[in-house]
Design a protein around this ligand. Sequence first.
Ligand code: BES
Ligand code: MN
Ligand code: ZN
Length: 456
Amino acid sequence: MNLSFAKPDDAIRPIHILDETAAPDWLKKQPQAVQDWVTTHDFKGALGQALLLPNDAGAVIGYGNEQTRARGRFHLAAGAAKLPAGTYTLVSDLDADTLATEALGWLLAKYRFDRYKDQPPMRAHLIAPDGINATQIEAIANGEALSRTLINTPASDMGPPDLEQAARDLASTFEAEVSVILGDDLLEQNFPMIHTVGRAADRAPRLIDMTWGTTGPKLTLVGKGVCFDTGGLNLKPGASMGLMKKDMGGSAAVLGLAHMIMATGVPVQLRVLIPAVENSVSGNAFRPQDILTSRKGLTVEINNTDAEGRLVLADALALADEDNPDLIISMATLTGAARVAVGPDLAPYYADDASLVAALEAAALTSADPVWRMPFHAPYESMIEPGIADLDNAPKGGFAGSITAALFLRRFVEQSRYMHFDIYGWQPTAAAARPKGGVGQGTRTLFAALPDMLNL
Ligand code: BES
Ligand code: MN
Ligand code: ZN
């Protein structure tokens, strides 16, 4: 799928963006035929309203009011999706940041997941508005489309080998390098927890390592690539397992972000690490009370095989940290507790470094990708210490489940600045430019924050 702006042709229709206050004033100035048409169709400027005008007068899209806009992110997209086939250009006095967001929303509204069934495409195409960086917006849209498609693809076609192939495909587009650590001996010796979690599945566990760029600060992204999470021997009940194809959402997010970075040539030395596994059930599955020795040497008592994400991430984070990059960011559908705390719309994140937080919060304001800071609360460290091993993967009691998971991960990063996202990765009900299904979270805000976070 390639999401892009239209090339100018000879039949471009102007779209007037009208909020509920501006709509009546604008209407009064129109020819009678247009006034009658707009009134007949009851266009009042509400969000999501769109109407093609008679006599080649273009179209109108409603822009609602402050309250209705505050409830969503992309305010043109729903209207745009209703317009008939054609090439359109925006007429408005919106500021450049807002126009850029709306243009992005238009492109995202074109996203379709059509691998298994044809889906009718959106037929209204947008000319890139003046004053926005069209290439950048297309890169963001296509990075997001990649994240969505990777998540939407079910585990039958998105197992560890397929996730590896997806990374290889992305790498070949941008001349990045990929190496994969695979096989019982190599993986077991070097990444024992990735091997342990993934060994019960028919499709072999692996660590995907992609690198791109030769100058600039080192940025390492680590994404949870659990292609399906049954829970393991601590089997999830059906209702909880139902969405677990999305448990590689963190890896989908980091690959989407990597697309944005590489497509726009951000001057960094990028590394993407993805532990790709299925958390499956078999005679050789890992068990509750097993004690694992991680790559870093820390021992981990397994108290729930369903807390597998932190195990595979821990070994990948240890590798990331050995290289002492300027910044490590992990992204993972790590805990149900994060979903309970903030719901599917916000991307909860953890960071100790105030400058990283400031950069991220500033970027979030214009990225249509809200984030919410959570605490690496040190007094809870004792909760992840079981006594007979260094760490417990699933503290009893379930207090602060997202925080204790984040604290667990932090134990594996010692040298580098570190940021962690506990995302949901799924849009449960369709919204403008965000169909039901897989969704990137935190990626657009991170992309916008990178220059600040890395002093580029
Ligand atoms: N992949 C799940 C977390 C998850 C569940 C994310 C639902 C989004 C929606 C993860 O592997 C998991 O099962 N976590 C457990 C940890 C617990 C056993 C300590 C959880 O959150 O219940
Ligand atoms: Mn799990
Ligand atoms: Zn999981």
